[in-house]
Each structure stands twice: as structure tokens, then as C-alpha cells.
Design a protein around this ligand. Sequence first.
Ligand code: ADP
Length: 270
Amino acid sequence: NAALSFRIRAAPLGPRFVLILAEDRSEALRVENVRRDFVANVSHELKTPIGAIMLLSEALVEAADDPEQVKFFANRMQLEGTRLSRLTREIIDLSRLQASDTMLGAGIVHVQDVLSLAADQSKVVADAKDIKLVIGADCGADVLGNSDLLLQCFHNLVSNAVQYSPAGSRVGVGARVVGDIVEVAVSDQGIGIAPQDQERIFERFFRVDQARSRNTGGTGLGLSIVRHVVENHGGDIRVWSRPGKGSTFTVRIPLADEATKVAHEAKRAE
Ligand code: ADP
């Protein structure tokens, strides 16, 4: 198995014995490979907007006498700058999430509050596309977590649903309690995802359609961030999708138990 790696060390123990130590380095090697891939991907992704900004600035100098052209190149530069800033922010978010599975600033989070905020953040884009954003009734679920990270997670899911859906369609956001977990579903009637891509969309920088995602400002990092946030909260995420019909992303996170809620209330009151 190529993924297995051992470091063997031997030391003499007197005239008749040798101590042999075999250290399993497989996990260290895997982490190192993941890190190397990440750095290679990051460099590649950053080169695109940086290269574009450099070319556009040259064009801008050339076009100095033509106000229409100046406006055109300046607008394009602004777009690439926005893209670069989103990319760097998401890369930093993702490295932070990967570096630790603890949640700084964890508290009791009312799930419906986060879902309403996430839906609000996508309202302008949804309205512009005449997409109906429907949010379900409050199921009363509370989880122990970081509200900023959970907001980022549900914002990414709702904004993807809106982005990959046609005008006039419907995006639904709803939560329900199932035993001791809360199940949040974000569903759309959009372009859908082919079966062979459904696991890969959670990989860093993976996009089904590179050009389309780039043109709409996508980085390919959104779902990777979502998966890390959900897993850091002890949960999981699944996708159901049919090309041309739509997709449903289901996030499951354990509910905060009563003892944890009381303890956090008491800590807040201190
Ligand atoms: P991006 O910034 O490109 O949207 P994501 O990590 O959020 O990156 O998503 C990865 C890819 O998964 C997208 O490029 C898109 O191809 C696909 N995808 C994500 N959400 C949806 C959705 N709701 N409907 C269809 N395709 C989606």
C-alpha cells in the first residue's frame, strides 16, 4: 500500500540482541501531502487574479487618453480585486478551521436565528433573480457552537442554492429536530450536480464548471469551509441532487443538552 510509510531504526542491545523500532509515519506523510497540495492549489488560484490585475493595469496605462476604455479596464480591475480579496479571506478561514477542531467563543446558538440571518444575506441576490426564498418555522433547536462560523456555513449553502438556480425558482431553508440532533435542509430547484461530482464538491477548489464558477466570483472553497464547520460542531453533511432538477444539502448537528445550556447560561450571567 503506497499510503503506508514506516521509519525503521535499529540499536544493538548487547552482543546477541538488536532492538528494532518501526515508527508508523503514514499519517504524518498524509498530512504533509495534503499540506503540499493545498499550497500548490493556493498558488495556482492566486496567480489568476493577480495576473489579470497586472495585465489590466498595463492596458489602463495604454488607454489613458480614452475615458471609456479607462472606465472599462478600471471596472475589470475592481472585479478581479474583489475576487482576490474573497479568495484570500476564504483561504485564511479554511486554514484556521483545519488547524483546530476546537471552537473558540462557543456558546448556545439558536439555529433559527442563524438561518434567518443567512437567508437575509442572500435576499438581495434572490430578489434580483426573482427567486422565492422560503424559510420554515422555528423548531426550537439550540446547539453548542460558534455563531459566526455557523452563519458562514449556512450563508454558503443558501448563496450557492440561489447562485445555481434559475430565475423564478424556489429555495427552501428549514430545520427539524430528529432525536438528539437538528437537521437543517437547504434545497433548490437549480442545475443540480452529477452523481460523480457529488462527493468531490466538498474538496478544496473543486468546481463542476470552472469557468461558470469563476465568472460568478466562486472560489471553490465554500463547501469545503461548510464541511469543516459542520465537522468541528460534531456533525455531518450530505447532498442529494439530480441534474436539471435541483439539490438538497442536509446538515446534521447534535443538539445542546439541558445541562450544557444551564452551564452556559450561568457562565453568561457571571
Ligand atoms: P463555488 O465558490 O465555486 O460556489 P463551492 O465550494 O461553494 O464553490 O461549490 C463547489 C461547486 O459545487 C460549485 O462550483 C458548483 O459547481 C457546485 N455546487 C455547489 N452548490 C450547488 C448547488 N446548490 N447546485 C448546483 N451546484 C452546486
